[in-house]
Write a protein that binds this ligand. Structure first.
Ligand SMILES: NC(=O)c1ccc[n+]([C@@H]2O[C@H](COP(=O)([O-])OP(=O)(O)OC[C@H]3O[C@@H](n4cnc5c(N)ncnc54)[C@H](O)[C@@H]3O)[C@@H](O)[C@H]2O)c1
Length: 330
C-alpha cells in the first residue's frame, strides 16, 4: 500500500456510476473524498446522506470552494468534454468515464489539454482491470476470430447510442489483443426507443492479418448477456462475464480424430473479479502520486473511440463528420 498524503478527490455526477466511484474512493486509503457535484437535488440529497461530503450543484461552485487534486467525471457522456476541460483548466487530474467524449475531436482536445498541463487524464475503460481480460490478453497468441456479445434489457443511457454505451467496451478489449490495422468495417443497427440513437448494433471488423471481430450490442434485449469467444488455431476460449464478480473462463482444444476435429474442454475455471472499479481508481491515484505508467494510453482510448465513431458514421451517415472515421478503413 502507498504511504504519503492522501489525494483529495471529487466525483462529478452522482448518478448510478458516480455513486460506485464514490464508494470505491471511500474504500481507498490513498483517497480523501472531499466533494461531489450533481445538478439534480434528489441525487445531491442521496449523495450527501450516503457519503457525508459536501455536494455542489455545479462544478464551478465546487472548484471555487473545495480544494481538490483529482476528480472522476461521471456525468452523461455528452457533458464529459466541457466538465473535463474545466477540471484540467483548474489544475485537477481527471478520470473520465468511458467513452471519453462523443467525438474524436473532443477527445483529442482533452488529450492535448492534459498533456499541455502535465495532468493525468485517464479514461474509465474498466474492462482493462478485469482479471479475466488480463488473463486472456496474456494467453491469446494468434486469434483469427472474436465474437463479443453485450446485451441488456435496460436502456438507461439516452444521450448516446449502444455503440458508445456498450460496444466500445468490447472494441477496446479486441483492439488490445490484435496488433494489426483494420482493413474493413461493417455495421447494421436499429433505433427502437425514442431519442434517435441506435439501441441495437451488429458490427464486424476485419484486420489486415485476417483476424475478424464480430460484435453484437443491444440495450433492448429480453435477457442480459456478456460474453467473449476468442478462436485461435487449435484452441477456443470462452469468457462469460454475466455472473460478475465470478467470471467463467472455458478453454477448448481441437483434437484430430478419425471422424475429423472434435473440441474437448480442457480447462474451466472461475476468476473472481475482486473490484475492477476500485483497481481502476487506485491505478489513477498511483499515476498521480507515483507516476505509474498507464494501463492503456490516451492513444489507445482515442483508437477505440475512433473505431466506435466510424461505425456510428457508417450506420447513420451524417451523424459524425468524415474526420471521425478510422483512417485504416479508407
Ligand atoms: N465503465 C462502465 O462500465 C460504465 C457503466 C455505466 C456508466 N458509465 C458511464 O458513466 C457515465 C454516467 O453514467 P450513469 O450510468 O452514472 O448515468 P446516470 O444518469 O445514472 O448519472 C449521471 C448523473 O450526472 C448528473 N449530471 C447531469 N449533468 C451534470 C453536470 N453538469 N454536472 C454534474 N453532474 C451532472 C445527473 O443528474 C445524474 O445524476 C456515462 O458516461 C456512462 O457511459 C460507465
Amino acid at each position: 500500500m502507498r504511504s504519503g498524503p492522501r489525494i483529495r478527490v471529487a466525483v462529478i455526477g452522482a448518478g448510478v456510476m458516480g455513486r460506485h466511484h464514490a464508494h470505491a474512493y471511500l474504500s481507498l486509503p490513498s483517497a480523501d473524498l472531499v466533494a461531489m457535484v450533481d445538478p439534480d437535488p434528489n441525487a445531491r440529497a442521496v449523495a450527501m446522506r450516503t457519503f457525508g461530503c459536501p455536494v455542489y450543484a455545479d462544478t464551478h461552485a465546487m472548484l471555487a470552494d473545495a480544494p481538490v487534486d483529482a476528480a472522476s467525471v461521471v456525468t452523461p457522456t455528452s457533458l464529459h468534454h466541457g466538465t473535463t476541460a474545466d477540471l484540467l483548466a483548474a489544475g485537477v487530474h481527471a478520470l473520465v468515464e468511458k467513452p471519453v467524449a462523443t467525438s474524436v475531436a473532443e477527445a483529442t482536445d482533452l488529450a492535448e489539454r492534459s498533456r499541455a498541463a502535465g495532468l493525468v487524464l485517464q479514461v474509465g475503460h474498466i474492462t482493462r482491470f478485469y482479471r479475466a481480460v488480463r488473463l486472456l490478453a496474456d494467453r491469446v497468441e494468434d486469434p483469427y476470430l472474436f465474437d463479443a456479445r453485450r446485451l441488456t434489457p435496460h436502456a438507461r443511457i439516452r444521450d448516446v447510442g449502444v455503440i458508445l454505451d456498450l460496444m466500445i467496451h468490447d472494441i477496446d478489449i479486441v483492439l488490445g489483443m490484435v496488433a494489426s490495422p483494420i482493413v474493413s468495417a461493417d455495421v447494421a443497427g436499429h433505433t427502437i426507443e425514442p431519442g434517435g440513437h441506435e439501441d441495437v448494433a451488429a458490427a464486424q471488423l476485419t484486420f489486415e492479418n485476417g483476424c475478424v471481430a464480430r460484435f453484437l450490442a443491444s440495450r433492448v434485449a429480453p435477457d442480459a448477456e456478456r460474453s467473449l469467444v476468442v478462436a485461435e488455431r487449435g484452441r477456443t476460449t470462452r469468457v462469460d462475464f454475466l455472473r460478475e464478480p465470478q467470471t467463467e473462463v472455458a478453454v477448448y482444444q481441437a483434437r484430430r480424430g478419425g471422424d475429423g476435429d472434435t473440441h474437448v474442454r480442457t480447462d474451466r475455471h472461475v476468476v473472481h473479479e475482486d473490484n475492477p472499479l476500485r483497481e481502476e481508481l487506485e491505478h489513477f491515484l498511483d499515476r498521480i502520486a507515483l507516476g505509474a505508467p498507464p494501463i492503456g494510453t490516451l492513444d489507445d482510448d482515442l483508437r477505440s473511440l475512433r473505431v466506435a465513431t466510424d461505425l456510428i458514421g457508417r450506420l447513420r451517415p451524417g451523424a459524425v463528420p468524415e474526420t471521425e472515421r478510422a483512417p485504416q478503413v479508407h
